[in-house]
Ligand binder design. Structure first.
Ligand SMILES: *[C@@H]1O[C@H](CO)[C@@H](O)[C@H](O)[C@H]1NC(C)=O
Ligand SMILES: *[C@@H]1O[C@H](CO)[C@@H](O)[C@H](O)[C@H]1NC(C)=O
Ligand SMILES: *[C@@H]1O[C@H](CO)[C@@H](O)[C@H](O)[C@H]1NC(C)=O
Length: 450
């Protein structure tokens, strides 16, 4: 085709031209090979450096592969326990929207939107299981609702009903059609106001917030739930320990955060989140990572977690980076040990039936005694499970709830001196009949050794 385009060229010049083109072509290929070879060379020479910035964390691979799901039968058992509790409360139903409570009782996932998708669970002596479970779902999404309910793989003995509400009609009337004519209707604490109002207008004087007896059911974890949370928290500690190996002079908070995300995800956690703060930035209990860099020495706080089989983890480690530990700032060193002593005291002294407020007091007394009381402004801890923060809360105002076997919560005292330093240590624990058990493997050993 090229010849036809240039009919004026003689055959000799055409051959010369072709030869020249071949030579040029060969030179280009050689040049390209050279560039590629050089790039590979540079890659190998620089490989160790690249690894520091973006390590692979092979030791974390498959960390929780052996952990079992919550067995299907447990969802039925939870529903039966709820039905018995409702009956004892003289209540005829619990209504919950999609979210943690629905997941807890039914294993059904449904993203919360403005269109109500609710579970109505009633005690029902006419059914074999003792419960009646109905989902009220948007009619145009009914097919997908059935799919998600199918995916939840609940025991066959549960006779699940699905009621559809049409977009142009009232969802409340459909919910009302499922309710018994008598007995109080308990509403999950997370239900939204428009739904609570819509339902209470239909059932005047009968709707109340979920009773304390119902609320406590989700706080008490089964063996399987505890084992999932144990692995999720062990994995989080292991991830922070791995990341620490790569934390040194010049690294930024953002770099620490992105490495931690990667480590957590390598360990199998999803929906990971990380706070990584350096030096005085750690005095902000919920500070956001930025471009701040670590100098020759300093204090690094990593608070991180993620989700495993639906359950959340949450661990904080504050560690020191320094050439000579003996010369490290004594004030900060002592503050670290005060926080650790507060954590240890809670783990040793908290007993069954101790009010949550007093669990907080155990830690607070130690921090007060070290004169840092004014710098420990948040509660000692929060419950954790399907939600990162859930009941029970270890806080001075929580005098009603006491520790029960199976409750899982964080123990996270802290000292935050604005513009100077911040220290927080956080571990997840489970209350047992024999006292508190750590779900994180162990508390940090020292500010250098996690
Ligand atoms: C439930 O109703 C029964 C009979 O009316 C009553 O004796 C009992 O005290 C009620 N229980 C609660 C928790 O309200
Ligand atoms: C169901 O049966 C149990 C025991 O037979 C009884 O105590 C309870 O009140 C009954 N509940 C309802 C809702 O009928
Ligand atoms: C130790 O750190 C505190 C808090 O940042 C600071 O006020 C103090 O000057 C430091 N001490 C030494 C010896 O550097």
């Amino acid at each position: 085709m090229a010849g036809e385009d240039s009919p004026l060229l003689g055959s000799e010049s055409s051959i010369r031209d072709n030869n020249r083109r071949r030579v040029e072509y060969a030179v280009k290929i050689l040049a390209l090979i050279g560039v590629v070879a050089a790039a590979i060379g540079v890659f190998f020479i620089r490989a160790p450096k690249i690894q520091v910035g973006s390590p692979e964390f092979p030791s974390l691979l498959g960390f929780c592969d052996q952990v079992a799901e919550v067995p299907a039968i447990q969802y039925l058992e939870r529903q039966q326990e709820l039905a018995r509790t409702l009956a004892a409360n003289n209540a005829s139903a619990l209504i919950a929207e999609s979210g943690a409570t629905m997941k807890y009782y039914t294993n059904v996932d449904w993203a919360l939107s403005e269109r109500p998708f609710v579970m109505v669970l009633k005690p029902d002596n006419s059914s074999k299981t003792g419960v009646s479970l109905t989902f009220v779902v948007p009619a145009f999404e009914a097919l997908r609702a059935h799919e998600n309910i199918e995916k939840a793989a609940l025991p066959r003995s549960l006779n699940i009903k699905v009621v559809e509400w049409e977009e142009s009609a009232s969802p409340y009337e459909k919910i009302g059609s499922v309710l018994s004519p008598e007995g109080e209707i308990q509403l999950d604490i997370a239900i939204r106001l428009f739904l609570a109002e819509g339902i209470s207008k239909l059932t005047p004087g009968r709707t109340i917030m979920a009773s304390p007896e119902v609320q406590v059911l989700r706080m008490i974890k089964s063996h399987e739930e505890v084992e999932i949370m144990r692995c999720a928290n062990h994995a989080t500690v292991a991830a922070i320990k791995e990341v620490k190996k790569h934390v040194g002079k010049g690294i930024s908070e953002n770099e620490i955060a992105s490495m931690t995300h990667k480590a957590l995800q390598t360990a199998g956690l999803t929906e990971t989140w990380v706070l990584a703060l350096i030096n005085e930035r750690a005095a902000l209990p919920h500070g956001e990572a930025g471009d701040h860099k670590l100098g020759d020495e300093g204090v690094v706080l990593i608070d991180a977690g993620g989700r495993l089989k639906g359950y959340e983890s949450d661990i904080t480690r504050t560690f020191f980076v320094s050439e000579n530990p003996k010369e490290f700032n004594a004030t900060i060193y002592e503050a670290w040990h005060t926080v650790k002593a507060a954590q240890s005291a809670v783990i040793e002294k908290a007993t069954l039936n101790l009010p949550c407020a007093e669990v907080d007091t155990i830690a607070r007394q130690i921090i007060d005694k070290a004169s840092y009381g004014d710098y420990f402004k948040h509660r000692l801890g929060h419950g954790i499970g399907l939600e990162g923060h859930e009941q029970p809360y270890m806080v001075q105002s929580n005098t009603q709830q006491s520790l029960k076997s199976g409750m899982t919560f964080s123990v996270e005292p802290g000292i935050y001196v604005p513009h100077q330093f911040g220290i927080r240590l956080e571990d997840i624990v489970v209350m047992t009949k024999n006292g508190i058990e750590l779900l994180s493997g162990g508390l940090a050993n020292s500010p250098w050794e996690l």
